[in-house]
Design a protein around this ligand. Structure first.
Ligand code: IPD
Ligand code: CA
Ligand code: CA
Length: 275
């Protein structure tokens, strides 16, 4: 789909809106209003407040784009053409516990391909951005991935996807496979920031099972634009609108990472229903 608007101008407007929405992180009263999606998956009124604010602002900025947000029912949403994909608070459990490792994650997708991405952590005032084909930035400065060549020299981020307990065996097998090969693993609790921290070289690689579009759409673009490689565990490009198992790295590690995770690909989930 042809986009009439200048993408750089669009990114600036969207970033302003995201920064404005991020101010809601300071509202600890709203943060204290917590609802359960399931036993280990929470949503606060900051999540819903940010989503509502951005849904309205983005409709003004680009009326022709559809809107997908974690805290709404997205079933039946037509994902062709232009779609904003928002995780209003990625790392909600961190946010509730005041761990300061959470972000607003926003991407604009055009026919399945990310056009721009923004991942903003209001607590650290770090805003990662990217435009397809134009590189990635942190607070306006270009970033790039690390030059680490082997897993044995790598610091690797992982995720546990706590809302899907049936993935436990898979997730812990993935961690074990990586821990056995790298310097150490880290589990910081916000997928979008895990991607961005690989993008700026703080981590060398990152892997997690079953991420949703809102968890990874912006981070994937930012990491790719910083020189990294993002695939599923079989080495294919993830389907943007389906839950995906993710292997992300600085690119130099991509082959070794996939080899390390080869057996995880074949591990079946232990049950079908979330607790
Ligand atoms: C979660 C975080 C977490 C990841 C989970 C995600 P949420 O997002 O990104 O790091 O392990 O898979 O669901 O629920 O805080 O938006
Ligand atoms: Ca998320
Ligand atoms: Ca969320």
């Amino acid at each position: 789909m042809a986009l009439e608007m200048d993408i750089a101008a669009l990114l600036s407007e969207a970033e302003l809106a995201v920064r404005e929405a991020g101010l809601l992180f300071n509202d600890r009263e709203l943060a204290g209003h917590i609802h359960h999606k399931n036993k280990t998956d929470y949503v606060t009124e900051v999540d819903t407040g940010i989503q509502e604010l951005l849904r309205r602002r983005l409709a003004e900025i680009l009326p022709e784009a559809r809107f997908m947000g974690e805290e709404q029912d997205n079933s039946g949403l037509d994902t062709s053409g232009l779609v904003w994909v928002l995780d209003p608070v990625d790392g909600t459990t961190n946010f509730i516990h005041r761990l300061r490792q959470s972000a607003v994650s926003l991407a604009l997708i055009s026919d399945g391909q990310p056009l721009l991405g923004i991942v903003f952590n209001p607590d650290s005032d770090e805003c990662f951005t990217a435009i397809a084909g134009c590189g990635a930035k942190l607070n306006g400065h270009e970033i790039c991935v690390s030059r680490t060549e082997t897993l044995s020299e790598s610091l690797v981020a992982v995720g546990t996807n706590p809302a899907f307990r049936q993935l436990g065996d898979r997730n812990f097998a993935l961690m074990r496979a990586l821990f056995d090969r790298c310097i150490d693993i880290r589990r910081f609790g916000a997928a979008s920031l895990d991607f961005c921290w690989v993008a700026c070289g703080r981590f060398d690689a990152y892997a997690e099972c079953r991420l949703n579009a809102w968890d990874y759409a912006a981070g994937l673009l930012i990491l790719r634009e910083a020189g990294g490689v993002v695939t599923d565990l079989a080495g294919a490009s993830p389907d943007m609108f389906s839950p995906s198992d993710i292997a992300a790295s600085n690119g130099l590690l991509a082959k070794e990472l996939l080899e390390a995770l080869h057996n995880i690909c074949c591990l079946l989930y232990t049950s079908d229903a979330a607790d």
